[in-house]
Each structure stands twice: as C-alpha cells, then as structure tokens.
Design a protein around this ligand. Structure first.
Ligand code: FES
Length: 101
C-alpha cells in the first residue's frame, strides 16, 4: 500500500511497500518521530500514529494489548494506533497517518 506520513513538523513523506509492518516502512523511509525501539513487538509505543479519520473504519481499532500500551502515551487520541501492529499489505491504499508527538 501507499502510505502518507505527516510528521509533527508537518513534513509529508509518501512511502510504498508490500511487506512487513508500517513501523518498519516508516523507519526505512526515515519518518521522523517513528523510532520502533522495541522492534515491533507492541511494547514501546515509539511508533504511535494517529490514523486519518477517513481511514479509521478500514484500519480498525487496536487490540487489547495495543490499547494497554497506548494508555501510557499522553497524546493518545480516538484514532491512535501503533504502526508496528499494522501490516503494509493489509492497510488501505492511500492511508494517511499523522505521527504522534
Ligand atoms: Fe514498539 Fe511499535 S515498535 S510498539
């Protein structure tokens, strides 16, 4: 899928991939603010993104484990997800993600 990342500096990075998770794609494309410290096992929340509202239905809500992790983040919104829990080949094409501060 093709994914647009918007960083907290309002920089827009469009990345495209077919495999792996969205955190890995972001790190590969040097998206500022997505660090992926835990390597994608849902235990650091450094890959926190806000899903563009229009895509929320297609992306879906976080799992229980993921929600628990997100609770530790101050900037959590109704559209928060951890990018490492989203698969590049499962998210809708054209997805827009805002990197959480
Ligand atoms: Fe650590 Fe996503 S990379 S929770």
């Amino acid at each position: 899928a093709k994914i647009t990342f918007i960083t907290s500096d309002n920089e827009t990075i469009v990345a495209e991939g077919t495999t792996g998770n969205v955190m890995e794609l972001a790190v590969k494309n040097k998206v500022k603010g997505i660090d992926g410290d835990c390597g994608g096992v849902c235990s650091c929340a450094t890959c926190h993104v806000h899903v563009n509202e229009a895509f929320w239905g297609a992306v879906g809500a976080p799992s229980e484990l993921e929600s628990d992790m997100l609770e530790f983040d101050d900037n959590v919104s109704d559209y928060s997800r951890l990018a490492c829990q989203l698969q590049v080949n499962e998210v809708p094409d054209g997805l827009i993600l805002k990197v959480a501060k």
